[in-house]
Each structure stands twice: as C-alpha cells, then as structure tokens.
Design a protein. Structure first.
Length: 131
C-alpha cells in the first residue's frame, strides 16, 4: 500500500501547489480587483501595505497555479505570510485560533514546503526541465 501511495506523491505535490495558488490568488483578487467582494477589502489602497500584499498574492498565486518559478515564488509568499501573521495577527494574541492567523500560518508553512520541494510534475517548471 505504501509503495502504491508513494507513486502518487509527485502528483499530490502538484495538487498541493495548484490548490495553494488558487487559495492565495483569491485574496489578491479581492484586494486588487474587488472580486470576490470582501467588505474588509473594500477600502484597500493599491499603494498601501495591504495593497502591496494583494499584488504579491495575485501574481504569486497565479505563478503557483501554473507552476512557474515555483521555488522562489513560494519562498517570497512564505515570507509574505509570515509578515502578515506577525504584523496583522500576532499583536491580537499569541494563539492563531484566537488572533485569526491560522490561514496565514498555514499558507506560510505550505509555501515554505513548496519552496524546498518544488512544483511537481504538472507544472511549467517541469516542462522547461524536459525541453
């Protein structure tokens, strides 16, 4: 059973990258283009700290989805999520469940993993290695 599951590990890595990108890009879309409509993002200014984070989420999420430059993009996004946690959530309390930082922490460590593991076989990065 373990051997059968191990054969799927590279594809599971690709799925983790794609889903992570889809989840991160929605935050950037909400902040930058206003879709989906999120009331707390209604007044985000593009040149603010939250606006800059939105651009990184939008572009970084798109690059993760297609799997282009996955390692450096995921590393930057991991840093962004750590920054978001410590600037936006940690001052509200120590525990992520209480301070609302659970997603930021999870995104941070998922992206940190992707920055070391790479994109997986279903990616532009993998296609460029074959060529």
């Amino acid at each position: 059973m373990t051997e059968a599951l191990a054969a799927w590990a590279p594809r599971a890595l690709s799925l983790l990258r794609i889903i992570t990108g889809l989840l991160i890009i929605q935050h950037g879309m909400g902040k930058i283009i206003g879709f989906p409509v999120v009331p707390m993002y209604a007044t985000v200014k593009p040149l603010s700290l939250i606006g800059a984070a939105g651009f990184l989420e939008l572009i970084g999420g798109a690059l993760l989805i297609i799997g282009l430059w996955t390692r450096p993009v995921a590393f930057v996004l991991a840093g962004l999520m750590a920054f978001a946690y410590f600037i936006g959530h940690f001052p509200k309390g120590f525990h992520p469940l209480i301070n609302g930082g659970t997603l930021a922490a999870l995104y941070c460590f998922t992206c940190l993993y992707l920055s070391t593991a790479g994109a997986g076989p279903w990616s532009v990065d993998a296609s460029m290695k074959k060529a």
